[in-house]
Design a binder for this molecule. Structure first.
Ligand code: IPE
Ligand code: IPE
Ligand code: MG
Length: 251
């Protein structure tokens, strides 16, 4: 079925976040080393980012490396970092052609020097692009984000910059690494795993969750369209009852 034609352009999520999972299994299914799966995942990133930009999605966040992923064998971590550097430079053309601005969340200053500088360079070169923001979560975890925000808030309270009475959900959000972006309405995880793996735990308080068995290197534009179509069939009640959120002409 062609889901693209069924998507209602008036009901697009502004922000989609994706846990790109299943690269290792995809490679192992082919008798290849895990890194082969990561390499093939780059095409899925390209397809997903261009499809999202073409549709009019404003923010796309991709979980590329979690704080927990440092625990993988060094050879895999090194390969992931090298792939990041080479993809950032090879995909600059894709970002420019599609008017996509690159951003990053996570403790990126602790990436190795080459990664960090390549990332900053690509972020700088794309900073004038306006169609969509592609946010890479790198050395990111939700608990890290929340704990870091709490520490900064405490520092500002100690120095008198803020009052403890001012600490609200809204203020807290401005201390998170995602302060420049709205919360994702839709969270997609590939590879058939049903967990959040310490991703945007604060920000996805009301996200719609979509799980697909497709392994990330097989994820294509059509899979994104299907996820968005599925999202559009849901009723987002935010604690209310159905009658309260139906448009007046439906009542
Ligand atoms: C996701 O694929 C990529 C990263 C976490 C960097 P995996 O490498 O986790 O693949 P599986 O889950 O082992 O198949
Ligand atoms: C989550 O995938 C992290 C990224 C996609 C970058 P993992 O494969 O690391 O998650 P777990 O270990 O299965 O929870
Ligand atoms: Mg995995």
């Amino acid at each position: 079925m062609d889901y693209k034609e069924k998507i209602d352009p008036a009901k697009l999520p502004q922000h989609i976040a994706i846990i790109m999972d299943g690269n290792g299994r995809w490679a192992q299914n082919r008798g290849q080393v895990r890194v082969f799966g990561h390499q093939n995942g780059v095409e899925s990133v390209r397809q997903t980012a261009t499809a999202a930009a073409e549709l009019g999605i404003k923010y796309l966040t991709l979980y590329a490396f979690s704080t927990e992923n440092w625990k993988r064998p060094k050879i895999e971590v090194d390969a992931l970092m090298n792939l990041l550097v080479s993809s950032l430079s090879s995909e600059l053309g894709t970002l420019m052609d599609n008017n996509i601005r690159l951003r990053a969340i996570g403790d990126v200053s602790h990436l190795d020097q080459e990664c960090y500088s390549q990332l900053q360079e690509t972020i700088g070169l794309t900073s004038g692009n306006t169609r969509m923001e592609l946010i890479l979560a790198l050395n990111y975890s939700g608990k890290w984000d929340i704990a870091t925000a709490a520490r900064k808030i405490a520092e500002d309270a100690v120095t008198g910059k803020i009052n403890t009475d001012d600490i609200s959900q809204e203020l807290f959000g401005t201390y998170l690494d995602t302060k420049d972006f709205p919360d994702p309405e839709l969270l997609i995880r590939t590879s058939g795993e049903y967990r959040i793996s310490n991703f945007l735990i604060w920000q996805m308080a009301y996200s719609e969750l979509y799980f697909t068995p497709v392994l990330w290197p097989d994820f294509r534009k059509a899979d994104l369209y299907e996820a968005i179509y599925d999202f559009q069939q849901r009723e987002r009640r935010f604690g209310m009852i159905s009658e309260q959120i139906k448009p007046a002409d439906d009542k």
